[in-house]
Design a protein. Structure first.
Length: 150
């Protein structure tokens, strides 16, 4: 059953009043319907028309240049009479909008310099998967054996 329907099922007049023994309290009704009592009292605020206008403009600017973040958008919107980076940032989060740009890949390791931690292979033989506990490389010419012990 959808959450909105379950919220309408809570009967506030059925709730127990001081000295009344017959009804269910609101907290017990919420427990039976599996909804939070705080959600019962919450009414969302409507979005301001000025914010909607600003969000449309932000969407147009984002389509022109998707690499613009909050700072650049705030500068562009200041030309249109809107100010405040915090407001732009909040609305970008609300719209689930993010700047698209190349991120540095600082954790990528060069494959040529990478040494597999479970293998003691020589330089002429690359590390092999599956080498480790209980496994071994056959020791032959130009090969190293690898064992794991604790």
């Amino acid at each position: 059953m959808p959450l909105d329907v379950r919220r309408t099922l809570v009967d506030r007049e059925l709730a127990t009043k001081p000295g009344d023994q017959g009804g269910l309290s609101i907290s017990k009704q919420c427990a039976v319907l599996e909804i939070h009592r705080s959600g019962l009292y919450y009414t969302p605020r409507p979005v301001i028309d000025e914010d909607l206008q600003l969000m449309r403009l932000m969407d147009l600017l984002h389509l022109e240049d998707p690499a613009k973040g909050t700072r650049m958008l705030a500068k562009d919107l200041a030309d249109h009479g809107f100010a405040g980076r915090a407001r732009v940032r909040r609305l970008m989060r609300l719209m689930r909008n993010k700047a698209v740009y190349c991120m540095p890949r600082t954790t990528v390791i060069d494959a040529a310099k990478y040494k597999h931690p479970t293998c003691c292979a020589t330089e002429d033989r690359a590390a092999q998967p599956g080498v480790g506990r209980g496994h071994h490389l056959p020791a032959g010419e130009g090969e190293a054996s690898c064992t794991w012990s604790r």
